[in-house]
Structure formats: structure tokens, C-alpha cells
Ligand binder design. Sequence first.
Ligand SMILES: C[S@@+](CC[C@H](N)C(=O)[O-])C[C@H]1O[C@@H](n2cnc3c(N)ncnc32)[C@H](O)[C@@H]1O
Length: 193
Amino acid sequence: MHGDVGPFDRFAPVYDRVMPPARRGLLRDGLAVAERDVERMVDVGGGSGRAIRRLDAPQRTVVDAAPGMLRQARRHGLDTVAGDARRLPLKSGSVDAVLVVDAIHHMDRVDDVLAEAARVLRPGGVLVIRDFDPVTLRGRGLVAAEHLVGFESVFYTPAELVEKLTAAGLRPTIVEEGFGYTVAGVAESETGK
Ligand SMILES: C[S@@+](CC[C@H](N)C(=O)[O-])C[C@H]1O[C@@H](n2cnc3c(N)ncnc32)[C@H](O)[C@@H]1O
């Protein structure tokens, strides 16, 4: 398994017991940036579904590369698809909202990950990324701690992600700043409006 996927596969049986619940209000603030109704929501690197199961949508799917994490997501009644964020097994223009929560720093080739999110979004759909700012005090501690335990994580500031989202063809907004932050990107309509 590539990058940080192997450790999460092994950690999957206890993941939900040690992680705090995802913060619904903050996720909703990101989704509010969408310029269309959210019918189909996909949680990429969604693991056990910790984030997406806090949200309502008619269709909710977790995509992850760790089979153990997907098993946990299914135990919560979620639909799952085994797949790599760098080459999503989803049709172009088929999704209204993509979430990437506490996961982008574990993914290598992040430009490919963002390009794939942009590809699968419908016009007006939104990519919502929640992650941790490595230049804050707590962020510096988190970077050190993750590297100490052997993760290959690479963290981005909100400003760095804004640049990358723009390069991927999404219209970016910083929704929430701080140690934990939210950056959203809207897929433009074909006319760019
Ligand atoms: C810290 S967990 C976060 C899980 C979930 N999003 C949450 O908030 O609890 C990171 C997840 O990213 C997944 N992951 C890392 N690289 C990936 C990739 N290239 N494609 C798909 N999943 C990946 C891991 O398997 C793991 O489940």
C-alpha cells in the first residue's frame, strides 16, 4: 500500500474509538459554498466515514484505499468504493460535493488528487477540504508528532491550497482559518459563470 494507507488499514479497527467526532457545523459551512443542491456527496480518503456520516445527503459514498477503513464505514451503513484519490473510480461530472477531511496531508501527488476532485464535480459543485495549518503553534506540534510516528504526511497552509485549487480549475474560498481550517473550491460552469 502506498504512502500512509497501510498504517490506516492496520489502525482501522480502533480508529473510531480514538478519534473525536467530526464537526458537523464546520463541514456544513464548507458545503454552503456549493452553487447547486447537494444530492451526491463523496468523502475521498473518507476512512470509516467519520465526516460524511455527520452530514445528510440522498447519496453518500466513502472512497478510500484502505480496505480495513472501508469495512468500518460499511458497519455504519455507508456505501463504499475502494479507490485511489489520485485516480478516482468515478465518472466525470457525477458528484455535487467532494469532502477531503483530515486526509489531504496523507495523500501524495496532491495536484493529481485535486485535479481528480475537479473532474468528478458537476458545475457549481464543491470540494471541501478540512485540514491542519502547519505554521500555527499546534500545527507545528502535529507535523512533528506525525513524522515521529512514521507518517509521510505533507501539510499545506490554506494559502497554498488556494493556489493549488486555482490550478486545478476550482474557484477557491478560505471558509475557516486556524489550526484546523476549511478551504472550499467551486467547479465553474462551462461558461465560467
Ligand atoms: C486520517 S484518515 C482520515 C479519514 C476520514 N477522512 C476522517 O476524517 O476520519 C486518512 C485516510 O486517507 C486515506 N488515504 C490516504 N491516501 C489515500 C489515497 N491516495 N487514496 C485514497 N485514500 C487515501 C487513508 O487510507 C485514511 O483512511
